[in-house]
Design a protein around this ligand. Structure first.
Ligand SMILES: Nc1ncnc2c1ncn2[C@@H]1O[C@H](COP(=O)(O)OP(=O)(O)O)[C@@H](O)[C@H]1O
Ligand SMILES: [Mg+2]
Length: 249
């Protein structure tokens, strides 16, 4: 089953279509990876799928139902089903880890009793192995811990789909591999659907069930990670050669 489907989706800003004619199928309970050079529209696509910006054309269906980007009720329903780990992680420095993780609950359910919020924060932090760091500020956390914290924040409302925009950028290979393990365990333990932007071939081979390559404003390739690695496509080969060891931000 595909939890998200798009038909002739166009995303961008104002009159500028960054991506057009996208027919995507995101399989439920699997990890999809989105690949593309810097500026190809990966973050724009994720923001549109997460309901944070309206498409310029076409349609997004979530669990079979069309998303109405101009209906508050439709967006609220969508926000209850998706979590987002933003590019850069972006924990607020002035708040503790626990306060950061609580933010989606405080914003969407301001009336939720404090004790319930605390329980939710504790279980989200436990999911990412940070239960004992709840009272720390981001400055006291390592790079990998910050990403885990941002993931806990994306998971706290128990979403059906988690969007992760370059979760491992800026991490060393070992920390990055342990983040991959965590993404796999989130998928396997909770049956969650993940949509991950990453450039690291090692990570793609390890976690991706399906890979989408964006290029020149269109979907350039869609397949399994093994198909990607075996691809004879010139752009894909160049992309990987060029990207090898290159930190895209
Ligand atoms: N807020 C914005 N307003 C106008 N153009 C934007 C905005 N954000 C990004 N863009 C442009 O949209 C294109 C895609 O950006 P983005 O989705 O961030 O790419 P990626 O995440 O693949 O690096 C780029 O050309 C970028 O300059
Ligand atoms: Mg981006």
């Amino acid at each position: 089953m595909d939890i998200i489907e798009t038909r002739e989706l166009a995303v961008g800003y104002g009159d500028v279509r960054v991506l057009d004619e996208l027919d995507l199928a995101i399989p439920a309970g699997r990890i999809s990876v989105v690949l593309g050079v810097s500026g190809s529209g990966k973050s724009t696509l994720l923001k549109t799928l997460a309901g944070l910006m309206p498409p310029l054309g076409g349609e997004v269906r979530f669990a079979g139902a069309p998303v109405d980007y101009y209906s508050e009720a439709s967006l609220r329903t969508l926000y209850g089903k998706v979590g987002v780990l933003y590019q850069g992680g972006a924990l607020l420095n002035s708040l503790t880890l626990a306060e950061n993780v609580a933010l989606p609950v405080r914003m969407q359910f301001p009336e939720m009793p404090l004790g319930v919020v605390e329980d939710m924060v504790h279980s989200a932090l436990a999911q990412v192995g940070l239960a004992s760091s709840a009272g720390k500020h981001p400055a006291e956390l390592s790079g990998g811990m910050k990403k885990r914290g941002a993931l806990a924040r994306a998971l706290i409302l128990d979403p059906e789909v988690v969007f992760c925009d370059e979760p491992s950028s800026g991490l060393d290979p070992i920390t990055s591999a342990s983040l991959d393990d965590l993404l796999l365990s989130v998928k396997e333990t909770f049956g969650m659907t993940l949509v991950v932007v990453t450039h690291e071939l090692r990570s793609i081979e390890r976690v991706a069930d399906r890979v989408f390559v964006l290029n020149d404003g269109r979907l350039h390739f869609c397949g399994e990670s093994a198909d990607l690695v075996a691809s004879e496509d010139g752009f894909i080969k160049t992309f990987f050669l060029r990207k090898d060891g290159h930190d895209d931000t």
